[in-house]
Design a protein around this ligand. Structure first.
Ligand code: PLP
Length: 315
């Protein structure tokens, strides 16, 4: 039998041990992925850009029409409390992911018969240690991206700008790519055939010293993507949001992904084509990684790379 962990989760107004959390199986989050979420991380145990993440969460909630019954400030307090309660479960040199998840709950009274008091949305705030150890290799060698045949959901079907629990579109791309190379990361195209994003990351390319990233309309507007665009401006690297196709990508000098946990991770290749001279990280990527470390005041690059190089995973 596995040993229950010691972490605490916030579930519908209560702070409880994770192992005691119970959800009705007819919750629409379980049935349909009818839910939204957001995730930030800590740097040296301090949550990063909580407000920006919660503002995005509340935009996702508004888009899908779920009222969490809590103000943004209340959600921020709960998030900070979950971090406080769960920091003692990690080592001093580790950090946490912290997520808010809100489902529509049970809507149909017929479905509520087994849980008559289960009214309103389900609100979960939870945290997990970052998967630091199995990413060291990615920072040393760079990520190999493979373009998936699964296209990113088009904005007129379900906006990719909302961070919803319905991740099957992204998961299907990832499944296809991992069957070809378990260490590779899926890169998805939008419905027009331009580059979109990965399962949990945005992507940037460097060409002739300039940065390019896909337009916000076709992707999740990452908080780290925004951070990189602001840092690029600050250190004088031009950056454009525009359509970028595979011809452009195969000819790029450098590429990297951005996400809350990765911050910036260099990419080595796309569908077997190595970027530029193959340096990891490339010179422009390195300048941005240095600027990111300075901006957050925490050396997340060393936090990842101090681990022995094992097999990379796609966490
Ligand atoms: N794109 C998708 C589909 C994501 O799920 C995520 C993060 O979870 C990102 C991009 C990166 O966003 P952020 O930088 O806010 O973590």
């Amino acid at each position: 039998m596995s040993i229950p962990n010691q972490r605490t989760v916030y579930l519908n107004g209560e702070y409880i041990p994770e192992s005691e959390a119970r959800l009705p199986f007819r919750d629409r989050g379980v049935k349909y992925g009818d839910a939204v979420f957001d995730t930030t991380r800590t740097f040296g145990h301090e949550p990063f850009k909580i407000r920006e993440h919660l503002e995005r969460l509340y935009r996702s909630l508004r888009y899908v029409g779920i009222d969490p019954g809590l103000s943004l400030d209340e959600m921020a307090e709960i998030t900070e409390e979950i971090v406080r309660r769960n920091l003692p479960t990690i080592a001093a040199d580790e950090d946490l992911w912290v997520s808010q998840r809100i489902t529509r709950g049970i809507v149909d009274p017929n479905e509520r018969s087994a849980w008559p008091d289960y009214i309103g949305p389900t609100v979960i705030v939870e945290s997990l240690p970052l998967p630091l150890a199995n990413r060291a290799k990615l920072y040393r060698d760079g990520i190999d991206m493979i373009v998936s045949s699964v296209r990113r959901t088009a904005p007129d079907m379900l906006s990719p700008r909302a961070k919803t629990h319905n991740y099957l579109n992204l998961i299907m791309a990832d499944e296809e790519v991992s069957a070809q190379n378990p260490e590779a990361y899926a890169l998805m195209l939008d419905h027009n055939g331009n580059i979109a994003e990965g399962r949990g990351s945005n992507v940037f390319f460097v060409s002739e010293g300039k940065l390019v990233t896909p337009q916000e309309r076709y992707v999740l507007p990452g908080i780290s993507r925004q951070t990189v665009m602001e840092l690029a401006e600050k250190i004088g690297i031009p950056c454009a949001e525009k359509d970028y196709d595979l011809y452009d990508a195969y000819n790029a000098d450098e590429a990297f992904i951005t996400s809350t946990s990765f911050c910036i991770c260099p990419c080595r290749s796309i569908s077997g084509r190595v970027f530029g001279e193959g340096a990891i990280p490339g010179p422009v990527t390195k300048r941005l990684m240095d600027a990111y470390v300075e901006f957050v005041g925490f050396d997340w690059v060393s936090q990842y790379t101090r681990y022995p190089i094992g097999d990379a995973t796609r966490l």
